[in-house]
Design a protein around this ligand. Structure first.
Ligand SMILES: CC(C)(COP(=O)(O)OP(=O)(O)OC[C@H]1O[C@@H](n2cnc3c(N)ncnc32)[C@H](O)[C@@H]1OP(=O)(O)O)[C@@H](O)C(=O)NCCC(=O)NCCS
Length: 166
């Protein structure tokens, strides 16, 4: 299985935000942004793995600025780390005022996806070919995020076992 560059699997999507996506403040509802962000990340994971990809963890999502109805939202999803079957994707969101062209970063998140076959069995993914210092730095930092996520998973498993044995 040959490796792939992060840029080869990068996904860029855009959405023109609409009135039916607003919350009661009149801004775009954060849940809609999370959905589009997760979809962009999932597409990058599918492009990297060449398989179906399911979300297994979404963390560190920031909401830095509100998004007004009518803004264009740009999503950029880039693989930062891969393991045996899982992939971490960084998804960055920018809003664009369509009249002035001004762009502002509104959200960032790391999400982890797992490649699966049609029966839901996990599938090995290609390695990530890192060529720049920035790509290597993202990859190294991802190792610490992965350790944290797996420790949370084990804590949750332990607490569920304790509840069922009470
Ligand atoms: C994702 C899923 C297939 C993983 O199944 P599993 O039995 O936990 O499989 P494994 O334990 O072999 O884990 C698979 C990979 O996910 C990673 N993983 C599992 N849970 C994780 C977590 N909480 N955080 C980070 N990585 C995790 C494992 O470390 C492993 O990575 P690696 O192969 O790169 O080393 C299963 O949990 C699932 O189907 N979840 C539901 C997904 C879903 O419905 N998402 C929403 C719709 S897309």
């Amino acid at each position: 299985m040959t490796g792939k560059r992060p840029s080869a699997s990068q996904i860029r999507t855009a959405v023109l935000t609409q009135p039916d996506q607003a919350n009661f403040h009149g801004n775009v509802h954060g849940g809609n942004i999370m959905k589009w962000l997760d979809e962009a990340g999932g597409m990058a994971a599918m492009r990297h793995s060449g398989q179906l990809a399911v979300t297994v963890f979404l963390d560190s999502m920031t909401f830095e600025h509100p998004v007004s109805v009518g803004d264009i939202l740009h999503f950029t999803a880039t693989p930062t780390w891969v393991g045996r079957t899982s992939m971490e994707i960084l998804i960055e969101v920018e809003k664009e005022n369509p009249f002035t062209g001004q762009r502002v970063v509104t959200n960032k998140a790391y999400a982890v996806y797992v490649a699966v076959d049609g029966k839901g069995n996990t599938v090995k993914v290609p390695e990530l070919l890192l060529q720049t210092a920035a790509e290597q730095a993202h990859f190294d930092a991802a190792e610490a995020r992965r350790a944290y996520r797996l420790s949370l998973r084990h804590k949750l498993d332990d607490s569920q076992q304790n509840e069922s044995s009470d």
